[in-house]
Design a binder for this molecule. Sequence first.
Ligand SMILES: [Zn+2]
Length: 225
Amino acid sequence: MNKYLFLLLAVFFIIALILYLRNNNLTYMIEQLEQEIEASNLYIEKLKSQVDSDNMKIISKEERLRNLLDDYLNRLNNKAQEPMTTTGVDIASRQDSLKKEQMFIPDLLPVQGEYIISQRFNEKHQGLDFAASLGTEVVAAAAGIISQTYIDKYFGNVIQIDHLNTYSTKYAHLAKILVKKGDMVGKGNIIGLVGDTGNSSAPHLHFEILLNQININPENILKIN
Ligand SMILES: [Zn+2]
């Protein structure tokens, strides 16, 4: 008789444990969703306050950047076939191409609005942290293609951009991701909103720059005033 009682108790215990873990997981998911909704609402309010002409400007800018990116990709494809010329170097066209290459160097501050640098790059911390208020716009540090978006237990909502020139950048702890894998983005395009998803104690952007897949100090590249 005691044996059955023990078995019954064991079954009850296991069911209780499963329910507890499930509940924990749901609570975590609800917290993340609430944060996404809050950041999104803040962002929507900000967008509402902008006039329509601003939106027109953004569209035409995106189109322009898209053309620039197409042009750059064509250029990369054609590079191998380009003949080497030693005479008649067109300086204007060189300057033009340098300007275009600059579009793909991740030197633009990835947060728009007020921030403070809350953690710097070192051996243990492979990125640069920008503490900013929830819902602050996160922008692409350079033009490129969204190579990945994912949810990570430590980094929360993450975006990675391939800048097509051995540089790539990573944006973590986002409240909301506004792009998807394969999207083309221009330098300064809004890609997400600052949050504190994952292992984070306050809203901030964790930003990384990689050169040939190796983390480098973002402060060596970024134009920080
Ligand atoms: Zn960090």
